[in-house]
Design a protein around this ligand. Structure first.
Ligand code: PLP
Length: 436
């Protein structure tokens, strides 16, 4: 396309042909608002998701509205992402201001929002250095590559084994599905990267035995402080501390995947802060951008130089728009008011869930930290978490699951108390419908 005339011709070619079609488009808000329905998903999209029957179009705080104007209470926050709810005014302001200044420059240049975000993250964590990317999987990909490269350069090519856990979830790239401990995500794409061992989570003896057998060849242990996707299983302090001790003893790096547990979700800025351990590498995403895609890998001055210029990178990593939003999210979450508020909300959720369970016993266990709660269904209802999630949608509640037996609640960190109570009432309706 060379001239404005060519551009106009192309625009005419893609415009609706008839006057009535044009009126439809204009009524719906212009050419960017062509009418679409949920059925278009099945026709147009690669079928690797099975989204709900309705299409959300608007969100405000912890409420979401669909195309028909129906309101849902949001206990899911886009899978633990919209940590400050939908369209938080400070985030809207941050993105609008940055959108008028600078959108993208690539990593051939640095930019102010990225440097400010790195300064915040390093000032308030164990880390000295940050690497930015666009998603959780990319942050873990960077972490695993960094650990391998660090061990390679310092100890030699033999030190490449990575210890992970059964049921872990670390993302969907080939390296990270292999690090994850769920065959359903990693099989059928082979050959997978080599050198991974998966041990039972929370099993100190298994970890000790693995290091006793292969310590000289292990470059890293990668762990979620609490397994999220794998069933909302908290790591015990003894287990996490044993991982730290064994890594230190064998020159291996401890990678904590805080993609879901971090950015205030458990009531601490990052969950390691109340587990009595410090990682060598930490990965963050999800809540970090509050809904704008961004990932981060944090590490120390000792480890970071293994990624010298050109060894790793990504076009969009450290994008000014993403970093401006994340900086605002960080400043709001990293306050006593929000972090203590998360703990108070935990108490309210647990009280409400226990009361539901007294009225009708449906949960075998209620566990979790902060606004990150797993409700394990009792024996007669095992395998029915998906049905509960569907019934929740019908009752006007956005909900999550963590495996077939666990209903997962991960709302905004600042969900209002009224919305918690309204959401719990809708959850009870959904449980009664799904588990009839
Ligand atoms: N790690 C953990 C612990 C996660 O929960 C997730 C996503 O659910 C990921 C990694 C992958 O993040 P993303 O989907 O942004 O690639």
């Amino acid at each position: 396309m060379n001239s404005p005339a060519d551009a106009n011709a192309a625009a005419r070619a893609t415009a609706p042909a008839t006057a009535s079609a044009r009126r439809d488009v204009e009524a719906a808000g212009g050419a960017g608002a062509l009418p679409v329905t949920r059925a278009d998903f099945d026709r147009l999209m690669v079928p690797c998701y099975a989204p709900a029957a309705f299409v959300p179009v608007r969100g405000e705080g912890s409420r979401v509205w669909d195309q028909d104007g129906r309101m849902y209470i949001d206990f899911a926050s886009g899978v633990a992402v919209t940590a400050l709810g939908h369209c938080h005014p400070a985030m809207v302001r941050a993105i609008e201001e940055q959108a008028r200044k600078l959108w993208h420059v690539s990593n051939w240049f640095t930019n102010e929002p990225a440097l400010r975000l790195a300064a915040r993250l390093t000032a308030h964590t164990f880390a000295d250095r940050a690497f930015f990317c666009n998603s959780g999987a990319e942050a873990n990909e960077a972490a695993l590559k960094l650990a391998r490269r660090y061990a390679h350069d310092r100890f030699g090519a033999h030190k490449m084994r990575v210890v992970s856990t059964l049921n872990a979830f670390h993302g969907r790239t080939l390296f990270t599905v292999t690090a994850g401990g769920q065959a359903k995500y990693s099989s059928g794409f082979g050959p997978n990267p080599e050198g991974f061992t998966h041990l039972p989570y929370n099993d100190v003896a298994a970890l000790e035995a693995e290091f006793a057998a292969h310590g000289a060849d292990i470059c890293a242990v990668i762990l979620e402080p609490m397994q999220g996707e794998g069933g909302m299983r908290p790591g015990t302090p003894e287990y996490l501390q044993a991982a730290r001790r064994l890594c230190d003893a064998h020159g291996a790096l401890l990678i904590l995947d805080e993609i879901q547990s971090g950015m205030g979700r458990t009531g601490a800025l990052f969950s390691y802060m109340h587990k009595g351990i410090t990682p060598d590498i930490l990965t963050s995403a999800k809540g970090l951008g509050g809904g704008f895609p961004i990932g981060a890998m944090l590490t120390t001055d000792k480890v970071a130089p293994a990624f010298s210029a050109g060894v790793h990178g990504t076009t969009y990593g450290g994008n000014p728009l993403a970093c401006a939003v994340a900086g605002t999210v960080f400043d709001i979450i990293n306050t006593t008011e929000v972090l203590d508020g998360v703990k108070a909300r935990h108490a309210l959720f647990m009280e409400g869930l226990k009361a539901i369970n007294v009225r009708r016993r449906v949960f075998a266990d209620l566990r979790g930290e902060g606004v990150w709660i797993g409700c394990e269904l009792d024996l007669p209802w095992k395998g029915k978490a998906a049905e509960v999630m569907k019934a929740a949608s019908d009752a006007g509640l956005l909900l999550l699951m963590a495996g077939p037996d666990v209903v997962r609640i991960a709302p905004s960190l600042v969900i209002s108390l009224d919305e918690i109570l309204e959401g719990l009432a809708r959850l009870e309706t959904a449980l009664n419908r799904a588990l009839a």
